[in-house]
Design a protein around this ligand. Structure first.
Ligand code: DAT
Ligand code: MG
Length: 137
């Protein structure tokens, strides 16, 4: 089976009207979009999605941020798409993410307890399959 990844355009990306630009980069890279849906996250979905971060200082601000407005869920497909999308996204902190990446070109620090960095991308095959189940189950 072709590799799949779960991408989320976070509330900052949707609110800033960057969904199209983010999708454009995914498609321009050559990945195929096989599912696309705007949604309002629930507490339950976020608890499952971010279980690995529970207990960290940014966990509550992260969940509040992800509940603050609509998100767009995307399933993208292609060889090595997990690694490829994380390269397109750039590193977690938008201030230092490389120019040329989504976070580096379009993101910045807003002085808040959570980094608002526009996108989520799965980090392994196991995470991708688990996360696709949470958002597109
Ligand atoms: P990534 O989204 O790059 O995989 P992650 O999984 O470590 O990063 O963290 C999930 C999200 O939590 C991240 O996109 C933004 C936020 N975050 C992570 N580390 C943070 C920190 N030290 N301070 C504030 N927010 C943070
Ligand atoms: Mg992560």
């Amino acid at each position: 089976m072709t590799e799949r990844t779960l991408i989320l355009v976070k509330p900052d990306g949707v609110a800033r009207g960057l969904t199209g630009e983010i999708l454009r980069r995914v498609e321009a890279k050559g990945y195929r979009v096989t599912a696309l849906s705007q949604m309002q996250a629930t507490q339950e979905q976020l608890a499952a999605h971010y279980a690995e971060h529970e207990g960290k200082p940014f966990y509550a601000p992260l969940v509040d941020f992800m509940l603050s407005g609509p998100i767009v869920g995307i399933v993208a497909e292609g060889d090595r798409v997990i690694e490829g999308f994380r390269a397109l996204a750039g590193s977690t902190e938008p201030t230092t993410a490389s120019p040329g990446t989504i976070r580096g070109d379009l993101g910045r620090d807003w002085g808040e307890k959570v980094q608002k960095n526009l996108v989520h991308g799965s980090d392994s095959v196991e995470s991708a399959e688990r996360e696709i189940g949470i958002w597109f189950g």
